[in-house]
Write a protein that binds this ligand. Structure first.
Ligand code: HEC
Length: 92
């Protein structure tokens, strides 16, 4: 899918500095994230990570666990949706 492809490109540019698909890195491994979280959660986390650590109990826990605050990577809403499609496509 075209959207997943462009999502892969954005993911490689803006997310792989902290995330791998299959191993914990600075942040959690993301291959199965679309099974663990709702699309809304994932989009919110990409678009507003600081707000999520303040408001969402699960994300607060992750912040304690990973000891790093994910930062906004200047992605548009369309970029975030493309990344979501990419993450769906890698989940098996
Ligand atoms: C500076 C490092 C960093 C960057 C860059 C980063 N993340 Fe994160 N990410 C984290 C950390 C650390 C967490 C967990 C704690 C938190 O939310 O701060 C996280 C959490 C997440 C989660 C929730 C995972 C779960 O198991 O619930 C998703 C989804 C996510 N990131 C996606 C992305 C995407 C997509 C990008 C690129 C646009 C990105 N991240 C860029 C560090 C980063």
């Amino acid at each position: 899918m075209i959207k997943a492809k462009s999502g892969e490109k954005i993911f490689t540019e803006k997310c792989t500095q902290c995330h791998k698909l299959d191993e914990r890195y600075t942040g959690p491994a993301l291959r199965d994230v679309t099974s663990r979280r709702t699309p809304e959660f994932i989009l919110n986390q990409i678009l507003n990570p600081e707000e999520m650590t303040k408001r969402h109990p699960e994300v607060k826990k992750m912040l304690a666990q990973y000891a790093t605050q994910m930062t906004f990577q200047n992605v548009s809403e369309d970029d975030a949706k493309a990344i979501l499609e990419y993450l769906r496509s890698v989940n098996k």
